[in-house]
Design a binder for this molecule. Structure first.
Ligand code: GNR
Ligand code: NI
Length: 175
């Protein structure tokens, strides 16, 4: 169990194309545990391994959409190893996205409204499912990280520069 430091833009490591996991072993499962600790502590709904500096094709997600009788979110941890996106819908949907690597900044991003995803779980078992809504948006956001892409890369140059400037300012104020 460990909370790992999260890389933030413009850290060049976030531009790395991550490599597939060859074998789902205990080292990979240890990393996944630490990624969940880091994601829940942040808090965030998803995290790609490269965000904690590990260039492997591993994503963890938990949308915590369900609540118990007391209104507390019920955890629904999901692991995606070597995920692949297939059959993205032509229909697009817009979501105001944020990213743990771009703290406190939000912007609208258009993405296919539905997609099929193939992946391996923490036991190395293969899965294949169709996702829509926030789930589809989030898995596509995480897949982008595996390709070295951050959501601000989908924005106009002007909007991206504005966000990078704001981050720089916020960091100076906090220093
Ligand atoms: O916590 C997160 N929230 C979020 C909101 C809208 C669209 C995507 C996300 S993912 C983000 C966590 C993160 O940075 N994952 O890479
Ligand atoms: Ni992100």
């Amino acid at each position: 169990m460990a909370i790992l430091p999260i890389l933030e833009v413009p850290d060049p490591r976030l531009k790395t194309v991550s490599t597939p996991v060859e074998t789902v072993d205990d080292d990979v499962r240890k990393l996944i545990d630490d990624m969940f600790d880091t994601m829940y502590a942040a808090p965030g709904i998803g995290l790609a391994a490269i965000q904690v500096g590990v260039p492997k094709r591993i994503v963890v997600m938990d949308l915590q959409e369900e609540e118990d009788e007391e209104g507390k979110p019920i955890r629904d941890p999901r692991v995606f190893i070597n995920p692949e996106i297939l059959d993205p819908a032509e229909e697009m949907s817009t979501y105001t996205e944020g990213c743990l690597s771009v703290p406190d900044q939000f912007a609208d991003v258009d993405r296919p409204a539905r997609c099929r995803v193939k992946w391996l779980d923490a036991q190395g078992e293969a899965h294949d499912e169709i996702f829509e809504g926030l789930f589809a948006t989030c898995i596509q956001h995480e897949m982008d990280h595996l390709e070295g892409i951050v959501f601000i890369d989908h924005l106009s140059r002007l909007k991206r520069q504005m966000i990078l400037k704001k981050l720089e300012k916020a960091r100076k104020a906090a220093a």
